[in-house]
Design a protein around this ligand. Structure first.
Ligand SMILES: Cc1cc2nc3c(=O)[nH]c(=O)nc-3n(C[C@H](O)[C@H](O)[C@H](O)COP(=O)(O)OP(=O)(O)OC[C@H]3O[C@@H](n4cnc5c(N)ncnc54)[C@H](O)[C@@H]3O)c2cc1C
Length: 375
């Protein structure tokens, strides 16, 4: 029986642990805190299959399929909800990019439609102030509580026989196929490092370099707002904000800082400026003068960037696998990417464009956020 260690109990690690154990691997999941205590517990929980590249579209479609399967089994509550992205009047460059992205998604078989400004206004009166130049709509989309997914996958991993060790920080040892825990060193046939923003640091301890930079993003939830459920999940490419209904109010996100952050030393609270700008944006796109939104809670977390904005998923050294570099789209793709890397560890094919060995590891690059429509 193949013995596999998974380091990190986020969406990716919990999925991989479940899929390894379900395929009869002797699996141990190490999480230094609790499941979903990293970026996965801070995510907005938005999921869609609206990706322009063929491999991304296929991965995201499989992920949405798995979310729906879990919902049908009552393990999570996946709310079907359309996703629209748009550019505002005067922003011709991004308007063109919105239209082009929708064309490419359709070419990959995604259920995506381009909307004229009039169609957008008719369909989404809750965003009456957006004044769009171009918009696109994806129907295979929804949202969920991200921590509930990690919990559900953790439970399924344990039911399939995985050993879940929360409260257990590890370091990599030897050639990367052993882990050091406070209780001692354990050897495995394979180790998967899915430690989120800490992944680069863990690998660096055993002299494996990957080109990944953690960067900071922010989100807030408003107090209850009339009509919040009528707001589609949306991304304003011009304004650089996204939103979705949450807790009878709206979750608004972005506030991206495109530079490298230290995963052990960053501010986990949102900036007052981010809150102010997000409320201004909401007032602008909703054009609802009856009830001004107020902030119920807000937070910051880390996403992970790579030089080409594609993930680092696969084997970096014999028996040592890595899973990071999601550019803000790690939660929605975890059900499929965790499955694929589990299969790869057990002898299946990886995803060639995401092979971490496409890089030397010491590449210089600037952080570019993931939600932009610009290529
Ligand atoms: C505000 C915000 C909103 C977001 N919204 C979305 C969204 O709507 N949709 C989407 O797809 N993505 C979203 N993202 C991105 C998403 O959260 C991440 O891409 C995804 O959750 C990463 O999952 P992961 O399992 O790779 O990492 P993580 O969830 O970070 O998990 C890594 C785990 O490893 C553990 N760990 C670290 N070091 C060690 C160690 N030494 N030993 C043991 N364990 C260790 C950590 O405690 C952590 O639990 C958002 C991110 C943020 C911050």
């Amino acid at each position: 029986m193949t013995r596999v260690a998974v380091v990190g109990g986020g969406a990716l690690g919990a999925t991989a642990a479940r899929d390894l154990a379900a395929r009869d691997a002797d699996t141990v999941l190490y999480e230094r805190d609790d499941l979903a205590s990293g970026a996965s517990g801070r995510a907005a929980g938005i999921a869609y299959d609206a990706f322009a590249e063929d491999i991304d579209a296929a991965v995201a479609a499989r992920a949405v399929e798995r979310f729906r399967e879990l919902d049908a089994a009552d393990a999570i509550d996946f709310v079907d909800h359309p996703y629209v992205w748009f550019a505002r009047a005067g922003d011709d460059r991004r308007a063109e990019a919105v239209r082009e992205s929708a064309d490419r998604m359709r070419a990959n078989g995604r259920d995506v439609e381009t909307l004229t400004p009039d169609e957008f206004a008719d369909w989404f009166p809750a965003l009456a102030g957006a004044d769009v130049a171009a918009a696109a709509l994806a129907r295979d989309a929804g949202y969920l509580d991200p921590a509930s997914y990690v919990t559900a996958m953790g439970e399924r991993a344990a039911s399939a026989g995985a050993d879940l060790r929360t409260g257990t920080p590890v370091r990599l040892a030897a050639d990367g196929t052993a882990v050091e825990t406070p209780a001692g060193t354990e050897r495995f046939d394979a180790v998967l490092v899915a430690a989120g923003a800490h992944t680069k640091r863990l690998l660096a301890d055993i002299d494996v370099a990957i080109p990944m930079k953690p960067y900071r993003v922010q989100a807030l939830v408003t107090d209850p707002l009339d009509g919040s459920e009528r707001v589609p999940t949306c991304y304003d490419a011009t304004g650089g904000r996204y939103a979705r209904p949450r807790d009878d109010g709206l979750l608004v996100g972005d506030g991206t800082q495109e530079r490298e952050f230290d995963p052990d030393d960053y501010d986990e609270t949102a900036d007052p400026e981010f809150e102010r700008a997000s409320i201004d944006w909401l007032e602008d796109v909703r054009r609802d003068e009856t009830a001004g939104p107020s902030v119920r809670r807000s937070w910051a977390g880390l996403c992970t960037a790579t030089p080409d904005r594609d993930p680092l998923l696969g084997e970096v050294r014999e028996g040592l696998y890595v899973a990071t570099g999601w550019h803000g789209h790690g939660f929605m793709r975890a059900p499929a990417l965790g499955e694929r890397v589990a299969e790869q560890i057990l002898g299946g094919d990886g995803i060639a464009p995401f092979d971490p060995k496409r890089f030397d590891g010491d590449e210089e690059f600037s952080v570019v956020e993931g939600m932009t429509v610009d290529d």
